[in-house]
Structure formats: structure tokens, C-alpha cells
Design a protein around this ligand. Structure first.
Ligand code: TXA
Ligand code: MG
Length: 321
């Protein structure tokens, strides 16, 4: 079983030895390894049961580290980094030789991010290498937003989880890169597209539902609970579930379903705050997945701000076939 603690030196010791450590970030928990150690990185793929064509994000301690790993830093992306790092923004930049091909799955770009969680920032400060870290969940399942989520699924395979409490943002980082002169959002996430547009003007959001996505982790079925998950109009979904005599649970933004026991009606934010809802989304999906219900019914969020990224995750959770 993994040791769960907020001791940075303990985490650093295992990482320096080439072992894997669960780390808190403001978005979701990561499964971290020394990004420059190919053998350590290989273990990430094994433990997560992740296909090797799905590349990893490299976490660095500050913007000044970019030049070590990227051969070019376009002005527009630099402006985004200045505005939003540390924070839930990942930039795709042309990689330097020093980054192992396993990290980028052989792609020409490396994904770089400066996370803002204070424990992980301190950890990166004491280490003399960057951390490759995907979300710390088995491939295809919901991302973890608490140390206990990591422990429940990967705890018997890793020695240490750095406990930084529940994640503040709750959605994975927004992934951004450039093609020619255009800024492209490859994955919507914890940094809203509108916020990005205030810095670089209009951006293109890639349709991520293709079967051959630019970021391979964007396979349509992803972030999925085990129990069937349906998204749409709640009243309709509830009547259908009743007609089919299904034992159902409901995930909603602010509406409480009175006929259900409180463990079966999960409200993401009583006030309807999208940032609070994002914080609670993955933990809520996990809770309902474990509730014993036969089906989870969810509603779409308003399509603004973080609501867009949340809707993307809800669609993916529902896409499991
Ligand atoms: O918030 C986050 O981004 C979290 C925390 C731990 O930092 N990490 C995370 O990692 O969500 P992961 O591996 O679950 O998702 C990373 C996504 C994948 O979809 C992957 O395909 C994409 O980033 N990605 C990574 N490197 C890439 C590259 N070189 N080119 C294109 N896509 C890349
Ligand atoms: Mg992931």
C-alpha cells in the first residue's frame, strides 16, 4: 500500500530513485516520474495500463525552464504562459532532444505545464528534473481529485502519494498549441477558452470527437464511470429510467431531485457556480459510480466558461459503448 503523506522530501526521495509518486496539482492528481528517466517513464504506462501512443505532460517549475525542453517558444504562447502559469494551461512546443521519445510518444512536440499547487511547486523546486505525469487514474477512468482516489485505484502499485487535499480546479489542464500562426485548443479544461482569448484573440477549438485525435488521450470514450452514464434533459431521462424500472442516480448542477435519497442526487453547486461544480464533478461521478445505482443520469452545464470543458467531459463519460 502507498504511503500517503504531505512530506515533500519523502516524495522527492522516491522520484529521485526512479519510482512513481502520486502528486497533487490544482487540476487533478498526477502519476509522476522523472521525465528524463526513460525507465521511470515506462512504468507510468505500465501502472496506468496506458497505450504508449498516448503522450505525457511534462511538469516544470517555471517559465524559465521552457528553453531546456523546447527549441522554440512562439510569442503568442509565451504571452499565455506569462498570463496563466502557474496554472491549468499546457502548451505544446517543439521538443528538444533531451526529452525522451517515450514521453512524447515519438511526436515532435512536448507538452509543458507549470502547475500551481503549492506542494508540487515546492517538490519541483527541490528536484533537479521535471516530472512527467498523466492523471493518476487507470486509462479511460475518471481522473482523481483527491489523494484517496489515487490510493483506491493505484495505491497497491506505487510507494507514495503526496497528499495535497482536494484539487481546487477539478478539471484537467487546457491544452494549447499553434499551427502556422493560429492558436489551437486541443483539449478544453480548467482554463476557460474565453480567458485564453482575452490574451491572444480568437482561437480555434478542435473538434475532439474524431477517432484519430491530435492528442491521443482525446479518444471519445474517456473519463468514463463503470456504470452506464447518460447526459441530456433530466426530466426526460428520469421518466425513461422509471419506465425501464432502472435504479438511477442523478448528477445535476444545482437542482436537487427530492424523490431520491441524498446519496443518489448529487448537486455540484447549490448556487450554480461553475467553478465550484467543476471542483466537484469527478468526485461526484465517482461517488455515483459507487452508489449501487444501475444508471447515472446527468445534465449539461451552461455552455460558458468552465461549463464548456465540463460538457466535454460529460459527453466523453457518456460515450462509453
Ligand atoms: O491537468 C492535467 O493536464 C493533468 C495534471 C496531472 O497535470 N494531466 C493530465 O494528463 O490530464 P493526461 O495524460 O491524463 O492527459 C494529457 C493529454 C493527453 O490527452 C495527451 O494525449 C496530451 O495531453 N498530450 C500530451 N503530450 C502531447 C503531445 N506531445 N502532443 C499532443 N498531445 C499531447
Ligand atoms: Mg487523463
Amino acid at each position: 500500500m502507498a504511503q500517503i503523506s504531505s512530506d515533500i522530501d519523502g516524495a522527492a526521495k522516491f522520484l529521485t530513485q526512479g519510482e512513481l509518486v502520486g502528486i497533487p496539482t490544482e487540476t487533478v492528481y498526477g502519476l509522476a516520474a522523472n521525465a528524463l528517466n526513460g525507465a521511470a517513464v515506462a512504468q507510468i504506462f505500465e501502472v496506468k495500463n496506458r497505450p504508449s501512443f498516448d503522450p505525457l505532460i511534462v511538469h516544470i517549475s517555471g517559465i524559465e525552464e521552457v528553453e531546456k525542453y523546447a527549441s522554440h517558444f512562439p510569442e503568442k504562447l509565451k504571452n499565455l504562459a506569462r498570463a496563466f502559469w502557474p496554472g491549468p494551461l499546457t502548451l505544446l512546443l517543439p521538443k528538444k532532444e533531451i526529452v525522451p521519445d517515450l514521453v512524447t510518444s515519438g511526436l515532435a512536440r512536448v507538452a509543458l505545464r507549470v502547475p500551481s499547487h503549492p506542494l508540487t511547486r515546492s517538490l519541483l523546486d527541490v528536484l533537479d528534473f521535471p516530472l512527467a505525469a498523466p492523471s493518476a487514474n487507470p486509462f479511460g477512468y475518471i481522473s482523481p481529485t483527491q489523494a484517496g482516489h489515487v490510493d483506491a485505484q493505484l495505491g497497491d502499485q506505487i510507494p507514495f502519494i503526496l497528499d495535497g487535499g482536494p484539487c481546487e480546479v477539478g478539471l484537467e489542464s487546457t491544452i494549447v498549441g499553434m499551427e502556422e500562426d493560429e492558436v489551437i485548443v486541443y483539449r478544453m479544461g480548467g482554463l476557460a477558452v474565453d480567458a485564453i482569448e482575452t490574451v491572444v484573440g480568437q482561437v480555434q477549438v478542435r473538434d475532439q470527437s474524431s477517432s484519430k485525435p491530435d492528442a491521443p488521450g482525446l479518444l471519445t470514450s474517456h473519463y468514463a464511470p463503470r456504470v452506464p452514464f447518460l447526459v441530456g434533459d433530466l426530466d426526460e431521462l428520469i421518466s425513461q429510467a422509471k419506465r425501464a424500472q432502472k435504479d438511477f442516480a442523478v448528477l445535476s448542477l444545482s437542482r436537487r431531485i427530492d424523490e431520491l435519497d441524498s446519496s443518489r442526487s448529487l448537486v455540484l453547486s447549490r448556487e450554480g457556480s461553475l467553478s465550484e461544480a467543476a471542483q466537484n464533478l469527478f468526485a461526484g461521478m465517482r461517488q455515483l459510480d459507487a452508489s449501487g445505482a444501475e444508471v447515472i443520469l446527468a445534465e449539461y452545464m451552461p455552455e460558458t466558461g468552465l461549463g464548456r470543458a465540463m460538457n466535454d467531459r460529460l459527453r466523453r463519460a457518456a460515450a462509453k459503448g
